[in-house]
Design a protein around this ligand. Sequence first.
Ligand code: NDP
Ligand code: 8X3
Length: 253
Amino acid sequence: MRKTVLVTGATSGIGEATAIKFAEATNRLILTGRRKDRLDQLAEHLVEEYGIDILPLCFDVRDRKQVDKYLGHLPEEWSNIDILVNNAGLAAGLSHIDEGDIDDWDQMIDTNIRGLLYVTRVIAPGMVKRRSGHIINISSLAGKEVYENGAVYCGSKHAVDAISRGMRIDLVKHNIKVTNVAPGMVETEFSLVRFRGDKERAASVYAGVHPLTGDDIAKVIFYCATLPPHVCINDVVITPTAQAAAHYTFRKS
Ligand code: NDP
Ligand code: 8X3
């Protein structure tokens, strides 16, 4: 059956691949991101390719007022969201705690934790009212382990992991599923963003490894979202075969 699916951060990487996956199955999509050109291009392409309804909404998840403006006042025909994929997020910088850029810390905490909470706070009440819904939070392997130079990013993703577990307890009596997805190394724009556009440094993250793609994660998200009503995948960790832990990757030279 066609569902209404909200994917945050759909302008690239895992979010874009997730939008495509749900579009292929002719679901109705609300797609968000800050880059309007990318968002509009993706929406146009998916409408043309799959003949589905799409509502692109351009806003910053860190801005509570914008979240409320766009998601708190959805047109009636878009207001019953079946699946929320809380994907928008990022890592900014990679440095020791005594040298970190505090603006980077704020950006990660505001996007990965606050943004996810703002969106959830607006969408969850409708699910509770309808006694139906599925919230899929994109955490990370960095939400299970920590690594040098990554304390704040790892902290933000550990928070997502904990929030997913807490949400599941709060929402279980309302028949709402909560799934936490924890990917390892996925080649997207993630490293380019983390290293502020330094392509060489970003490429070095994936050197000698066959990394995951956004599509690999999208397939897992889609699988979790299409199981029977009585089945909820709580938590899933996905790594490339060559990655055994956050900082334990076998690289071919
Ligand atoms: P990308 O950089 O390719 O995509 C990130 C998406 O998040 C973009 O669509 C971006 O859109 C959106 N986004 C970022 N900040 C904001 C904001 N303030 N408001 C709205 N949207 C925002 O990276 P990935 O696809 O890899 O990342 C997606 C998620 O997966 C993140 O939460 C990331 O932490 C997580 N993850 C990634 C892994 C990896 O190795 N790549 C591994 C584990 C988890 P725009 O810039 O247009 O706003
Ligand atoms: C992204 C994976 O290991 O770079 O969340 O932190 S990692």
